[in-house]
Write a protein that binds this ligand. Structure first.
Ligand SMILES: [Zn+2]
Length: 201
């Protein structure tokens, strides 16, 4: 129906989460109408992140280079590790200004029904980090989302650490977070309170 380059753009846009066929088409036409500079700025931004941004070798947060800014900051408490699902979850926790430890980004949550098993997440890396740390880890804060898969992931990590690192305190964010919601959308006051009131798991 469209010239192949236009169809290709619609197809690629349609692969983005939350973008249906109609929206993909609308965005494609917007880009075709926009001046070249504006459209190419988007293409350049995509190229730049794919070329320059990777995952931190320690915590798997987004990083420019081998380590993220948090792992590279020696003032951050290495004895405290906050476990989150996605890099996007680090931002709201940082915004609370309640947390001075480090992070560990799993890259998702356990969901056997969707084919997400422990080996698909950065779980082995987390356990190795806690069990073989040079600076002993005192506490692991489980800040996975308050959803079924997030809870299952938190329980899995708590269970494993109870066996392999019993000296480490494992805590979960306090309730007050809306059940079923994503951490990413929590306001910083609610999230700050949840962090301050975390409980042992
Ligand atoms: Zn890092």
């Amino acid at each position: 129906m469209y010239a192949p380059p236009v169809q290709r753009l619609i197809t690629e846009l349609g692969k983005l989460p939350g973008i249906g066929a109609r929206t993909a088409q609308r965005l494609a036409f917007h880009l075709l109408r926009a001046d070249d500079e504006e459209a190419l700025a988007l293409a350049d931004a995509i190229r730049e992140v794919t070329e320059r941004i990777g995952l931190c070798e320690i915590c798997f947060n987004l990083a420019e280079g081998s380590r993220c800014t948090i792992c590279a900051d020696s003032r951050r408490d290495a004895g405290l590790i906050c476990v989150v699902e996605e890099p996007g979850d680090v931002i709201p926790i940082e915004r609370t200004q309640e947390y001075r430890g480090r992070y560990h980004v799993l890259g998702g949550a356990l969901s056997p029904i969707d084919g997400v098993d422990p080996e698909d997440l950065k779980l082995a890396e987390l356990f190795a980090r806690v069990e073989n740390a040079d600076d002993p880890v005192r506490e692991v804060v489980l800040a996975t989302n308050p959803t079924t898969t997030g809870e299952a992931t938190a329980l899995f990590v708590a269970d494993r650490l109870r066996g392999s690192a019993p000296e480490v305190t494992v805590t979960r964010l306090a309730s007050g977070l809306p059940v079923g919601a994503d951490l990413e959308y929590a306001d910083e006051v609610t999230l700050g309170k949840a962090l301050a009131g975390r409980r042992a798991l």
